[in-house]
Write a protein that binds this ligand. Structure first.
Ligand SMILES: [Zn+2]
Length: 190
């Protein structure tokens, strides 16, 4: 849905209609502050699209507090929130690219298609099966556990799922940011 290019941040409409827009890097931060994004969404936007180190630290602090709330609510140990927050923010801000599709999320493939009586091979973009279209490659369980500072088996058995839930909420906030930016700049272009 979004890609950082040398010219700025390129955002596709994500199926809501309209073409992609490119927003100059220096305009992104300002646009995040306009409108009604949640404060944590603004942090996600600044941390991921503005290369803003302070925002990354503030976001890690917010994630740690949010994890703490979740642990308290569910009666889980609260000892690991700081390490888990580091992990979530690291994976959000520095995603590894899927080596299968080079981060595109799609592969240009020859696929069989029926044309009347015949089956012909045509070239089509297909969702990458390795990363299921995300373009992202996960860290290994060993590396994730190390970043979170939790033993590997305990991380895998108990905490990986909880970290993933938090991470997927962060990706949700990132989607909010992209929709917000796209709307603002698409309106301007129209
Ligand atoms: Zn892939």
């Amino acid at each position: 849905m979004a890609k950082l290019t040398t010219r700025g941040l390129r955002i596709d409409s994500g199926g809501t209609g309209g073409g992609p827009v490119t927003i100059a890097a220096e305009d992104v931060a300002g646009a995040l502050g306009m409108g009604r994004l949640k404060p944590q969404a603004v942090l996600v936007g600044r941390a991921t699209f503005c290369d803003d180190n302070r925002a990354q630290l503030e976001l890690a602090k917010w994630v740690q507090q949010e994890l703490h709330r979740r642990c308290r609510r569910n009666g889980w140990k609260t000892d690991y929130c700081e390490g888990l927050a580091q992990l979530c923010v690291f994976e959000l801000v520095h995603p590894l690219r899927c080596v299968h599709c080079l981060g595109r999320g799609q592969l240009w493939l020859q696929v069989p298609e029926r044309r009347g009586e015949r089956i012909v091979l045509v070239e089509r973009w297909r969702t990458c099966p390795r990363c299921k279209g995300s373009g992202r490659k996960r860290l290994t369980v060993r590396d994730r556990a190390a970043v979170a500072q939790i033993g590997k088996s305990q991380f895998a058995d108990v905490w990986a799922e909880r970290a993933d839930a938090m991470l997927s909420d962060l990706y949700g906030l990132q989607d909010d940011v992209l929709r917000h930016l796209w709307k603002q700049f698409a309106d301007e272009a129209a």
